[in-house]
Design a protein. Structure first.
Length: 129
């Protein structure tokens, strides 16, 4: 991602909610709503960036993930995982401020704002968006 992840937190622009997608592993309870599961996945994703847990970071994203960011750039799952691996991005804090989840059948859109303290390509970045 060429801009900070928090510049516009449009996390998981299109997430597969059911039918064999990566979220199925998280649906341990029939009482969990899709929205609750997505909110937890988003928190897990940001927490994984702070812990530098690339395995967890990769598990949260669908294989066909495409991130859309405030500067107009897009990233794939592979690109997202590669940036922290090569230390292009590191995070001290990365938290959701607010989030809206809208579902459309088996598709959901999660969008919102977050705050982060990070190093992006060696430069300090503290952003709230």
């Amino acid at each position: 991602m060429s801009c900070s992840m928090s510049a516009s937190l449009l996390i998981a622009a299109l997430v597969w909610v059911s039918g064999g997608g990566p979220i199925d592993a998280r649906l341990n309870s029939q009482t969990s709503s899709d929205e609750e599961v997505l909110r937890q996945l988003e928190r897990d994703w940001l927490d994984a960036t702070v812990r530098h847990d690339l395995e967890a970071y990769g598990r949260v994203m669908a294989d066909d993930f495409i991130g859309h960011w405030a500067d107009g750039s897009t990233t794939t799952k592979h690109e997202e995982i590669e940036m922290p691996r090569v230390k292009k991005e590191t995070y001290e804090e990365n938290k959701i401020i607010d989030m809206t989840v809208r579902t459309f059948g088996t598709t959901a859109i999660a969008s919102g704002r977050n705050t982060e303290t990070s190093l992006i390509e060696g430069k300090a970045s503290g952003v709230q968006s």
